[in-house]
Ligand binder design. Structure first.
Ligand code: AMP
Ligand code: TRP
Length: 343
């Protein structure tokens, strides 16, 4: 075994996560992922954050939009507080070791495992025969993203938990089949009040960039007026807010707004309710709007500033790819050796 590569009994903590550059960023991405990446960065653990452009093309992407969305995502990461000197920021396609390891994992993962993935079932829908082969294999590439760095922790939103569990299954089967202790069992890290931010129009649906209704989400590029208007119009029920979390059961929309408030103000749901319990939404919504504007408007301003400097962004990505590659290459090389590739 090469010296640069560790075995799983001695893995140094390392964080990896990714976001698809497939269109605008939402408050869901910010609270469920980006804000938590920033918190992790501040703990000092080595952190690698990727723009997963190869995942994005598992469904059709217009090339010009993909280029723009990749740079915008990088701008969003930085505007949210990620420091490209502290964390490694890069786009997936520039580190070929991801796809090289993904091929090996395609040969480890089983069809049945992939078929059980709820995201595959949702995205492929009834017309799965017409979905791309890449969409089906998507979780094996995701496992490669994580394991090509021997990452131990993966901060994600609730919807990605199943994919990280599959990553563990792939690591375990690889280790078992080849009689090694080579890949770590990466842990999903799903914490905080906003691991699943819901649509502002329907509290049973995830807030998503692909929802046809723009009023259902807050985009990180929305200006202050738009943010305030969307919150004012958010669906709620006619009752006052409860003073304990239990009172939010069966009140999906109310719960969502309180969760958003808690995550943005970095308080627990209980602490928020101790404060606002008994208030009507007519009073709570302006509070939430003010908080959201205070936290999000600077991000949006900084993103637009960075978007004026695409060459600067491209330099950050190229530098990140080089640093990422320096970690991934020896791990891939060792994987090839374990598998029996001559070279
Ligand atoms: P995606 O935009 O689907 O590539 O997701 C990127 C990251 O954002 C993943 O960690 C997701 O789990 C997270 N995420 C996306 N939408 C939401 C949401 N509505 N609530 C919480 N996390 C989300
Ligand atoms: N599948 C993730 C999503 O859609 C994005 C992703 C790709 C990812 N590779 C990853 C997340 C590796 C964490 C780790 O949100």
């Amino acid at each position: 075994m090469s010296e640069a590569v560790q075995t799983s009994s001695s893995f140094t903590p390392r964080v990896f996560s990714g976001i698809q550059p497939s269109g605008g960023l939402t408050l869901g991405n910010y609270l469920g992922a980006m804000k938590r990446f920033v918190d992790t960065q501040e703990t000092g653990v080595q952190s690698i954050y990727c723009m997963v452009d190869l995942h994005a093309i598992t469904v059709w992407q217009d090339p010009e939009n993909l280029r723009r969305a990749t740079r915008e995502l990088c701008a969003g990461y930085i505007a949210s507080g990620l420091d490209p000197k502290k964390s490694i920021l890069f786009n997936q396609s520039q580190v070929p070791e991801h796809t090289q390891l993904a091929w090996i994992f395609n040969c480890v993962a089983r069809m049945g495992w992939m078929q059980r993935m709820t995201q595959w079932k949702d995205k492929a829908g009834k017309n799965s025969q017409n979905a791309s082969l890449g969409l089906f294999a998507y979780p094996a590439l995701m496992a490669a993203d994580i394991l090509v760095y021997h990452a131990t922790h993966v901060p994600v939103g609730e919807d990605q938990k199943q994919h990280v569990e599959l990553t563990r299954d792939i690591a375990a089967k690889f280790n078992h089949d080849y009689g090694v202790d080579f890949f770590p069992m990466a842990e999903p890290v799903i914490e905080g009040a906003a691991t699943r931010v819901m649509s502002l129009r329907d509290g049973t649906k995830k807030m998503s960039k692909s929802d046809p209704s723009d009023a259902s989400r807050i985009n990180l590029t929305d200006d202050a007026d738009t943010i305030a208007k969307k919150i004012r119009k958010a669906k709620t029920d006619p009752e006052a807010l409860p003073s304990e979390a239990k009172g939010l059961e069966d009140r999906a929309e109310a719960r969502n707004l309180v969760n958003i408030y808690a995550a943005l103000s970095e308080q627990s749901v209980d602490a928020v309710l101790a404060d606002v319990g008994g208030k009507q939404f007519s009073e709570f919504k302006p509070m939430l709007a003010e908080l959201a504007v205070e936290k999000l408007a600077p991000i949006s301003t900084e993103m637009s500033r960075l978007m004026q400097e695409p060459a600067e962004i491209d330099k950050i990505l190229a530098d990140g790819a080089e640093r990422a590659r320096a970690i991934a290459a020896p791990i891939l090389k060792e994987t090839y050796r374990i598998v029996g590739m001559v070279g």
